[in-house]
Ligand binder design. Sequence first.
Ligand SMILES: [Zn+2]
Ligand SMILES: [Zn+2]
Length: 498
Amino acid sequence: MRFAIIENKLIPSHCLATPVSTLPISSYENLQAKPFNPSFSPNKELPRILTGKQLLIDDLPFTIAEIQEHYENGYVLYRKGLEINGKLTICYRCGNNDPRMFAIFPCARCHEECTYCRSCIMMGRISACTPLISWTGPDFKTNLFDSPLVWTGTLSEGQQTASQRVVSAVKNNEDLLVWAVCGAGKTEVLFAGINEALSAGKRVCIATPRTDVVLELAPRLKAVFPEIPVASLYGGSEDRHLYAPLTISTTHQLLRFYKAFDTVILDEVDAFPYSVDKTLQYAVKQARKPHSSMIYLTATPHEKWQKECRLGKRNFVTIPARYHRHPLPVPEFVWCGSWKKHLKKNRLPDHVLRWIEKRLHSKKQSLLFVPQIELMEKILPLLQKLHPDIQSVHAEDPERKKKVQAMRNKEIPLLLTTTILERGVTFPNIDVAVLGAEDRIFTESALVQIAGRVGRSADFPNGAITFFHYGKTKAMVKARNQIVWMNIEARKMGLIDG
Ligand SMILES: [Zn+2]
Ligand SMILES: [Zn+2]
């Protein structure tokens, strides 16, 4: 799109009565909202769709002329999608400033060689001539809710403490890290804080890297906040234009939001590889209001954050024990030599073989994690000789859901898996082993999560977690230390029995 500036006003070329010179929006400086005209009557649909968002013209079911009218009356703001300053280019939607992540194409909209951002292209192309459109009029109004939480469950002592801290962070617009061990029951810890926010007319977002989690959380939150409209956002979801006091979103979809939320709850901060972390941080920063609270949830904060917690530089609370008051199972390290060499001869190391046979014999279900799909394919036939019902699963496996269900139904004695099952799944009574725990894919956080699969159910709070390795890594040691430390904390706080 090309714009002219007439009387300090941006005017899209489509809306110009007479031809004047125009430029892509990235060529203009100091773009500001026009003075608010209180006598203008806006389209009622626009604030519902645009409040707290930054959208492209293609995302909006309105004509350019209509948007322009709202801009001229101070209800809509145009921002540049890209800032191009000599050699430096920044994408204002995703924060990308890596020169390799921009490309040039012959653009049909501005009729120039136009630069675009490759990093957020999956949300629709942002180029040098693309305006980001936001709402500056009065916010869309929803009903006020007086204590909408309907929940009769009880919190464990550890959950209770964390829940109070969340409420206070929400009230005072503070940042808080909730460091809760796997199986602590972190969702319930949020209920009181979300209730506090909604009762105060605040807008809340729960963001998570994974669509699975959005799909799992949405019905749980709808059940405890039955009066509250809830929007679930993920690639291809239908709630895209729904204005909701409570939004559950993948972190990716946050790129469409701008100064929207009073409270952002970021789930599984550790599930992000460091490289995407920057985009995520940018997206979250854009999506929250300047004056807002931020709750980070994780079972395994990365090293920098752990250090900040120890040094008292970060506001945090731990839930070091599970709801059922049993300690976390601590990983056992077993050296198994060059297991890859064994595999080349179509054999498994003796230790591993004995571990598996013992479980098959006693009919205890187990998970065996391996670092790569290729290795898994090599191991599967060896294991199927021991038991024909043994199965394997990985991220792209079309039968993934079916196999996880079969495991739940106890039709599979041992499930061989990549890190895909490291989080989010619960099987009540299992032992877990990692083969090749020294592999780089098994980070500290991945190993803590894997260990966290064991002993989750109150009926079966114990279980074995074994790391088979060919040389201990720092990640393995740190993961074990973290678990041991949590158990010590939990004992100190009186959160575990025995
Ligand atoms: Zn263009
Ligand atoms: Zn971008």
